[in-house]
Design a protein around this ligand. Sequence first.
Ligand code: HEC
Length: 297
Amino acid sequence: MFTLSALSNLSRPVSIIGGIIVFSYVAIISAPVFAEPTTPGPIVASPSADRQAIRAHYERRFPGIPVEAHKDGAYAIDKKAGEQWLELEDFPPYEIAVDEGEDLFNTPIGDGTYSDCFGDGAVKGQYPYFDEDRSEVVTLELAINDCRSKFGQPTLDYKGAEIVRLSAYIAFVSRDQIINVAEPSSQAALLAYNDGKRFYSSRRGQLNFACSSCHVQLAGNRLRAEKLSASVGHVTHFPVYRLKWQDVGSLHRRFARCNQQVGAEPFARQSPEYRNLEYFLTYISNGLPLNGPAIRK
Ligand code: HEC
């Protein structure tokens, strides 16, 4: 049904029969950071070289659009959809989630409060980070559950409504902070970063697509009614209120959706795989402002 061999030769137009994708123009990427993946080999580029290469790619791909503008995802590159989206922002449907998140944030947890762990809540810019003692990536959601455990309270389900509302509130009060993930320097931090990077460029699923196939090589092309957004803007605005979900959802929920979209098994939210992926994506987005929560189709 699908003829996908064309994706391994990105210099010619790709047509995928089956009503899923018709691309009329395909960008060629030469940056080593997302060179066509086959089997994962040794990764030699430093994180800062990766970041520069990916920024340069999007600057070439979208002349006149500053890299920072990708914080608005597909709406940065699709003017018409962007106008409709701005109208939605007049009465943002995520406001209720932010209010509920604020109430939850101010509700005591055992003998403590979330403020004991997160002050006034404006902390999103500090996550994710690589915790050298634990030797793992700590995301905001993980830290929320750590805070609960500290006060003897049960952890929240990562698929549940409560944690996404707490993170919507924290995202809201952290708006305009600039993403600034520390350069992975220890061996363990580099392993986590490279794991996320490899995940991003590994093909999977029945369609045999990598994240980078759609969001790097094909960014700006249409997939059904949507333009494919650039990865550098992927972490700035979560959780998002998706019209399709009729609710706010987390970044890892979106990762899972994009895995399923190509016929691949999703990983669990807050799994090491998705946390490493978030670490990699956030590092390459350094310099972009946080603007969550946001609305997406
Ligand atoms: C077959 C193409 C395809 C693949 C492969 C794919 N995505 Fe997506 N992704 C989309 C489409 C379509 C959208 C919605 C339009 C947009 O924002 O790009 C989307 C949206 C997203 C968004 C939300 C962007 C926003 O502005 O809110 C994130 C984050 C994302 N994808 C991450 C990933 C990750 C991580 C992977 C790999 C696991 C991946 N995608 C693989 C097609 C793809």
